[in-house]
Structures are given as C-alpha cells and as structure tokens.
Design a protein around this ligand. Structure first.
Ligand SMILES: *Cc1c(COP(=O)(O)O)cnc(C)c1O
Length: 360
C-alpha cells in the first residue's frame, strides 16, 4: 500500500477549469487565487500548472506565500491580496517585484515612504463597498485616490478593486448594490477594475470587469450552497483518497469507535479507513457522510478518529488495501461540506501537512 492517504491533484482539471472561467469571462484577465497553499492543492505545482495554462497573474494572501513562489522561480505577476504591513515587508515586496493591495491609510503611507518607489509593482487600491473588512470606505476614497495618483510615476500601475460579501447568494440584492457603489466611487478613472470572485463570475456577469479573481472555481468546486462544480461545467481538481487498512465483523448490538455513538443494529461488516482529523477530516463529519469504495457509496459510522474512520460495508465486497475516496470526481467535496455543516473552502484548506499531494 503506497502512502495510505493522498490527495491526487489533476493538472488537466485545473487547466480545464481555467478555460471554463475564460469562457464565462471572455473579456477579463484572470488573477488566479492560490492563497492557503492553493486551497490545499499545493501552491507551487498549482502555480506552475495555471501559469502554463495561461493565467494572467497569481494572487496570495501573505507575503511568505508570494516569496515562496518567487524562490521557486515563478516569474508571473503575483498579487498580495492583503498588502504589506511594515517597511521591511514593503522592501521585500519591491525586491520580489510583487504587486500588492493598498487597503488603508497605513498601507498608503508605507508606499509614500518607500524611497525609490515600487516601480515594478502594480498597486491595487481596494475600495470597501459593503464588506466592511478591508478597503477604503466611501468617504475616504477620493483623498486616497489623490495620494495614490501622486505616486503614479513611482509604481508600475494603479488598479481598482472591491470584494463582494454575498455573491454566492444569487437572490441577494447586496451584489448589485456593491457594484453600484463601486461604479459611483471610481467614476471614469482610467484604471483597470476587478470585482468578481468565483461566485460572481457565474452569478453576476455584469460584474466581470478587467480582471476576475477566481479561487474555488479553479479547483472545480461550486461556491454556491446548492449544487456542485459539475453543474457549472467545472471538474474537481482534488481526489482525496485513502486505503482500507482492515475489515472486521461487528455483532449486532456492539458499538464502533470513540464514545460508542454508533451501534450495529444487525451483524455488520466494518471497514477501517486510514483517514482522520489528523489528515484534515473534520471531527464533525459523521452522519450523512459517505465514502466511495469501488463502485459503492458507503456510510461512515461512528466518530472520526485522529487517524481512522469506520465505514459500514455490510453486504459489499470490500477488502484490506482497497481505495476509499473521501472526495473527488466520484463524490464532490460540496456534499461532504454540507454533511459536516461547513463549506468546501474549509475542507480543502484543511487537508493537513501529512497528506502527500500528488499532481499529475
Ligand atoms: C480569496 C479571494 C478571492 C477568491 O474567492 P473565491 O470565492 O475562492 O473565488 C477573490 N478575491 C479576494 C480579495 C479574495 O480574498
């Protein structure tokens, strides 16, 4: 048995998802969001794959993530979505030719204090249109814009962005409201604009702008609470698969696992699979979750342990060494997220360090 649990990453699926996004946003450039280790898929291999597939730029949340890309030889534009927070970080961003967001007065001041400017860096001015997380508020936009424009010869370019709070809810009036506010605040400024995340790319075609910023959709996963990536023409890029390490008989009336929370109502056959919360499966995954073994979708029973789960395989031919799929093309991560009362973002980002990533 090679490696028990592993996350198989499909380069073909990543490339196909990028093509699907381009089809949806044919006039926009694509800023491929690969923060948090590319949503658990492995930032370096995913960066290489998406750049080869034609992504226009990459985006990460933290300076360390960007520097790791540069250290590995990635020369594509990389955007720091939260910007930089100290002079030292600014110096590293400038030296690394990183583009960065400026979302508040302090970051603007850091840029103003950067001797020699940031001539190789495009600056993304973030405008808050209702998310109330990052970005200049409406009453601060004009002054910030003026200060940024005064630096325009010291940076590679100015771009304007905002972020939607409710784009995953097609019925929410918030997205339209945010678009209106953004349009009013940026007026006829001659700079490139970016608004749309994955959800808006599919649900708000009027929001596409010069750059779209897909994350989840690149990995083939739906940002909407209902439905799966396949319904949007996307293919799951990760297949999280492990191995049956033993199969045992459990008599009627006996329980399985910690707390004895599941009890066999009939003589049962239980497969133990090497996957637990130590690998990133939430402890809260329990009733309603299935594991695919061979051609069968079989129910997880009892609690998730650190290293193992139990699956009821009664009446199904399952043996030690069989593959057991937690999520992937056989059953979307969206289903598992719903069963665990979480979101697919969290399950994907949660795949732990000890799970080897195999990109092919
Ligand atoms: C994470 C992030 C995205 C990508 O969001 P998805 O929902 O994964 O498409 C886009 N823009 C910003 C500013 C982000 O932080």
């Amino acid at each position: 048995m090679k490696g028990l649990i592993r996350a198989q990453i499909s380069a073909a699926a990543l490339a196909a998802n990028l093509r699907r996004i381009r089809e949806q946003a044919p006039r926009s450039r694509v800023l491929a969001v690969i923060k948090a280790n590319a949503y658990g898929h492995g930032s370096l291999p995913v960066a290489r794959c998406l750049v080869a597939a034609g992504a226009d730029a990459l985006a990460v949340a933290r300076l360390e993530e960007a520097l790791a890309l540069r250290a590995a030889g990635i020369t594509a534009p990389v955007v720091l979505l939260e910007g930089v927070f100290t002079r030292a970080e600014m110096a590293e961003a400038v030296a690394g030719r990183l583009d960065f967001v400026v979302h508040d007065e302090e970051q603007l001041a850091l840029l103003e204090q950067t001797a020699g400017g940031a001539r190789a860096c495009a600056v993304w001015m973030k405008i808050d249109t209702g998310m109330n997380r990052l970005g200049f508020r409406a009453d601060a936009v004009a002054a910030a814009m003026q200060r940024l424009e005064a630096l325009s010869h010291h940076v590679a370019g100015i771009r304007l962005m905002t972020h939607f709070a409710c784009a995953d809810d097609r019925a929410s009036p918030m997205t339209g409201e945010q678009m209106k506010r953004f349009a009013a605040l940026v007026g006829d400024k001659p700079y490139e604009r970016s608004l749309a995340n994955s959800a808006a790319i599919f649900a708000a075609p009027e929001s596409l702008g010069d750059w779209v910023r897909p994350g989840l959709a690149l990995y083939g996963v739906s940002p909407f609470a209902d439905g799966e990536g396949a319904a949007l023409g996307l293919s799951p890029a990760m297949r999280l698969v492990s191995t049956v390490i033993t199969v045992r008989d459990v008599p009627a009336g006996e329980s399985v696992g910690y707390g004895g929370v599941w009890r066999a109502s009939r003589a049962s056959r239980i497969a133990i699979v090497a996957a637990g919360y130590g690998d990133g499966l939430p402890w809260s995954l329990s009733s309603g979750v299935t594991v695919v073994i061979g051609a069968h979708r079989l129910p997880l029973v009892g609690r998730v342990s650190m290293d193992m789960i139990a699956v009821d395989v009664t009446g199904t031919p399952v043996s030690t060494g069989d593959e057991a799929v937690l999520w992937g093309p056989e059953q979307p991560v969206e289903w598992q997220a719903r069963a665990a009362r979480t979101i697919p973002y969290e399950l994907l980002c949660g795949v732990s360090q000890r799970v080897p990533l195999q990109i092919a």
